[in-house]
Design a binder for this molecule. Structure first.
Ligand code: AHR
Length: 510
């Protein structure tokens, strides 16, 4: 039996809803056939955008969507994606050398913002500072955000169908600037940042600018960058961090040892958060800038998703994929990926004072995805269900939890037995418990300190008989949520490799 105390009077911080955000790039099948099917498609759509996907995104209250990359952003010119679709140019897509596909620009700023609005999410645009000038980015911001009828670009936006401004609040100043985004040193990027940021702030003083941050366990980047940015720090609202966990065997046929290796890697994100946050605080920037983990998730070898079997499924390849090659980076998502998602979201909840936004990579037909789609086929993955069951943490106050989480030692991959987080919103307590053990079920006694619980609870469970379980076009609901209402006894049983979210009405104790 594990005993955990949820401290009702020890608030960490508000859990920003944006921590439960998403990332979408023009890569493989994310847009073309994933999100965008085109207005003439027989797949149900709203103005070309896949209807089923929009509805599922609404269900999880998706708060923010990052676009257009990723590396794709490095050579993206926003002007290619506006105006009548039939006149838009076809360009070399950043990923062309990997999958032979070109960029038709059928999805541009209007379509992306339309997608966000239909979903109810805020758009987060990653600006290309690798191959566009500060002036070109200023113009993009002008096009998006200037009031109707003011500038020439606001009038062009209106001519293209959007009189009212898009009101894009979040702007990334480059992407992975240590890699594809300019191959810079931290210091070089910091000088570029200062130049772009001052122009971008001038274009829209309300914009929140996100500084391109470190990869994974790079402990130097944030220091090198913030040292130079600090004197102009008022124009930085967030420091990004990218954290993928890979190299843990086959996405579907992993071993027990690889299960723990994957989880160990995922949990190490906490060290990366602490380290990067240390620099933000060290340079005195924490009042206006928090961390933005704008790419995270499992990165398995590609090829395990359904797209290599397009012909068999009768799926017409997207127009920019005439050869019908499988979607780049597309991978299946099993109970293991769901567990990584639950443990990561718990970790963000528990670090709510440090992390203000996070976008999982990537939404559909890609790395740690929530959906797999092709033609008329559309399914949710176990990872989607984690976002669904944990959505009530969004906007709640994260509460401190104490007690033993246990430890499972598998040679060098020691992981805690449990991952847990708790939050309080409108008098309702939400607790998420993930049992990271692949073999043993866990009984958890929850002590609520300074809170009195009502005697009824809603219990949402994601479980399966097999840690490798996943959904397919043939068996789309093999992994799904179970919801139950019952008496709250203070003891929760979490089956092996499963996640439970508990919702209880509470009243604070005097
Ligand atoms: O998500 C795939 C790629 O991973 C992104 O384009 C890039 O930013 C990262 O390296």
């Amino acid at each position: 039996m594990f005993t955990l105390t949820v401290h009702g009077d020890d608030k960490i911080a508000r859990i920003e809803p944006e921590i439960y955000g998403h990332f979408t790039e023009h890569i493989g099948g994310v847009f073309y056939d994933g999100i965008w099917v085109g207005e003439d498609s027989k797949v149900p759509n709203i103005r070309g955008l896949r209807l089923d996907l929009i509805e599922k995104m609404r269900q999880i209250h998706a708060p923010v969507i990052r676009w257009p990359g990723g590396c794709f952003a490095e050579t993206y010119d926003w002007r290619d994606g506006i105006g009548p679709r039939e006149n838009r140019p076809t360009r070399i897509n950043w990923w062309r050398n990997a999958d032979g596909r070109y960029e038709p620009n059928s999805v541009g700023t209007h379509e992306f913002v339309d997608f966000c609005r239909l979903v109810g999410a805020e758009p987060y645009i990653a600006a290309n500072i690798t191959s566009l000038t500060p002036l070109a980015i200023r113009d993009w911001m002008d096009y998006c955000n200037s009031p109707a009828g003011t500038t020439t670009l606001a009038k062009e936006r209106e001519k293209n169908g959007a009189r009212e401004p898009f009101g894009v609040k979040y702007w990334g100043v480059g992407n992975e600037t240590w890699g594809g985004g300019g191959n810079m040193t931290g210091e070089m990027y910091a000088h570029e940042y200062r130049k772009y940021a001052v122009v971008m702030e001038n274009a829209d003083p309300k914009a929140q600018l996100i500084c391109s941050g470190a990869d994974h366990h790079d402990w130097h980047w944030a220091n090198d960058v913030l040292r130079v940015i600090e004197p102009s720090s008022r124009i930085m609202s967030g420091l990004s961090l990218h954290f993928y966990c890979g190299s843990a065997g086959d996405p579907l046929a992993f071993t027990e040892e690889e299960w723990y290796r994957q989880l160990r890697q995922a949990l190490d994100l906490e060290r990366a958060i602490e380290r990067n946050w240390g620099f933000v605080v060290g340079y005195g920037m924490e009042k206006h800038a928090r961390l933005v983990v704008d790419e995270w998730g499992c990165w398995h070898p590609g090829g395990s998703g359904p797209s290599p079997r397009m012909k068999e499924y009768g799926i017409e390849p997207a127009p920019n994929n005439p050869e019908g090659v499988g979607n780049l980076f597309e991978q299946q998502s099993t109970m293991r990926d769901a567990m990584v998602a639950a443990a990561t979201l718990n970790l963000f909840n528990n670090n709510a004072e440090k992390v203000k936004m996070a976008t999982v990579a990537q939404l559909v037909n890609n790395l740690h995805c929530l959906f797999l789609a092709g033609g008329e086929h559309f399914i949710t993955t176990p990872t989607y269900h984690v976002f669904d069951m944990m959505k009530d943490h969004m906007g709640g106050d994260a509460l401190r939890i104490s007690g033993g989480l246990g430890e499972i030692a598998r040679e060098k991959f020691a992981v805690p037995n449990l991952s847990a987080s708790a939050s309080l919103k409108d008098g309702k307590l939400t607790v998420t418990l993930a049992n990271l053990s692949v073999t043993g079920s866990a009984d958890v006694k929850l002590d609520l300190s300074r809170l009195t619980e009502a005697n009824e609870a809603e219990i949402i469970t994601l479980t399966s008989s097999d840690p490798h379980a996943h959904n397919t076009y043939e068996d789309p609901e093999r992994v799904k949520l179970a919801r139950a209402k019952g008496a709250y006894t203070g003891i929760v049983t979490v089956p092996a490799f499963s996640t439970v979210t508990l919702r209880v009405n509470t009243v604070p104790e005097e």
